[in-house]
Design a protein around this ligand. Structure first.
Ligand code: SF4
Ligand code: SF4
Length: 406
């Protein structure tokens, strides 16, 4: 059966799919694809997925559950895009492919969409779930009937730190500049310690920090989940909030959100460790030694979208005494991949296992990651392996060293 494009499909989606024609099917990307490495199935690699999307663009492909699953299992990690000699914009393609699927079948992933729109995007409800998580796990309530993605979220949610109710401005005397801090919908609940640390370190670096209320969500989960237009609208709304403030830059502690804002908001945004590394003060504030070894994970959004390299490693080397080691396997996605860790737990866990094993072999005390999804997923992997380690943002270690240095 052929599907012709119904009017519900925005022409831009159809247009984006036309980029499939740039692919010369050379296969150079295939060995770099984590999902192909797991299944060894051509349809689970970039070239196979592009062939499927080409069929969609030419309206000659039956969109059965098999085809949809091959596209759904893609992590959007964009490792394939980095090595492609023909510069195929794979990230744009897979977003358009999913938008196409969603337009043809609005009920697709209804459970996940419900969890996204009614839990993940609602910080108060998310905090309630986070607060109940330990009790749910103890009483085995996480086995009650509920959308599987919600059950999985309850299992991955890290212990909640005290709630973060930021002021709107954190001033310093004689500021070097004014930066905005993007909180993120999940970040404002699960990253409160990272956000407090971010403000402390930005102030120590000489920046006045602005934290506007009602910032909204960057839209990354929508962008990569088939609601591309909504994702882009959400990113534009975040931009409107910050643009009224006359800031020098906007920073955030989650590379996934910053990548979305960089590609779709027009804001001048930086992942925080990248910003702090670029903007080091001429004289660094006093820091005490941190006598421990940490393993630094590199999120795909930082490596393949922001393309800043492992700036967290370079930043952490400013801390005296800290032994900073790169987590082996950083060229490969950990499996978190936005909501993928909630919708495809087996594949996500299979990709996290080698990371957790590498971390254990290093004998490091902490894993460092600049992305909230990776931190939750790796934290879940560490707990599952009954290892003891925190997953922290690099700014937490800087704040710790600075606190003790005064
Ligand atoms: S996406 Fe690029 S690297 Fe992969 S098969 Fe197509 S042209 Fe080759
Ligand atoms: S984005 Fe990642 S998972 Fe998807 S095809 Fe490319 S390399 Fe494979």
């Amino acid at each position: 059966m052929k599907h012709s494009l119904p009017p519900a499909i925005p022409p831009i989606v159809h247009q984006d799919l036309n980029a499939t024609q740039q692919c010369v099917m050379c296969g150079m990307c295939v060995p770099h694809c984590p999902t192909y490495a797991l299944s060894q199935n051509e349809a689970d690699g970039p070239r196979g997925r592009i062939a499927l999307m080409l069929g969609m663009a030419q309206e000659r492909l039956e969109l059965d559950s098999n085809v949809i699953e091959h596209l759904d299992t893609c992590l959007s990690c964009r490792a394939c895009e980095q090595v492609c000699p023909s510069k195929v914009p794979y990230g744009q393609l897979i977003d358009a492919g999913r938008a196409h699927i969603h337009a043809l079948n609005p009920a697709h992933k209804r459970g996940m969409r419900f969890v996204r729109d009614h839990i993940l995007l609602r910080p108060r409800r998310l905090a309630l779930l986070g607060g109940m998580t330990r009790m749910m796990q103890r009483l085995r309530l996480d086995r009650l009937p509920m959308p599987s993605s919600l059950r999985r979220l309850a299992r991955l949610a890290p212990p909640l730190a005290p709630a973060f109710r930021p002021l709107e401005i954190y001033p310093v005397s004689h500021p070097r500049g004014r930066v905005g801090l993007f909180l993120g919908c999940m970040g404002s609940v699960f990253e409160s310690e990272n956000l407090r640390a971010a403000i402390a370190v930005l102030n120590a670096w000489g920046y006045e920090v602005h934290v506007p209320r009602k910032q909204g969500c960057c839209g990354a989960m929508h962008q990569h989940g088939g609601d591309t237009q909504r994702g882009q609208t959400m990113a534009a709304k975040v931009a409107e909030v910050f643009q009224t403030l006359e800031l020098d830059s906007v920073v955030g502690v989650s590379s996934g959100c910053i990548a979305q804002l960089k590609e779709h908001s027009g804001l001048k945004v930086f992942e925080l460790s990248d910003f702090l590394l670029r903007q080091q003060p001429a004289t660094l504030p006093a820091m005490r030694e941190l006598d421990r070894r940490v393993a630094v994970h590199l999120p795909c959004t930082q490596r393949n979208v922001l393309r800043t390299g492992n700036t967290a490693m370079q930043l952490l080397r400013l801390i005296p005494g800290l032994e900073v080691i790169e987590l082996p396997g950083n060229e490969r996605c950990c499996g978190a991949a936005g909501t993928h860790m909630l919708t495809h737990p087996s594949q996500a866990d299979a990709l996290a296992v080698p990371k957790v094993e590498a971390f254990e072999a290093l004998g490091a005390a902490q894993i460092v990651s600049t992305n909230i999804g990776c931190a939750m997923h790796l934290g879940g992997g560490v707990r599952k392996a009954e290892a003891t380690a925190e997953v922290v943002h690099p700014v937490r270690l800087l704040a710790e060293a600075l606190r003790a240095g005064h």
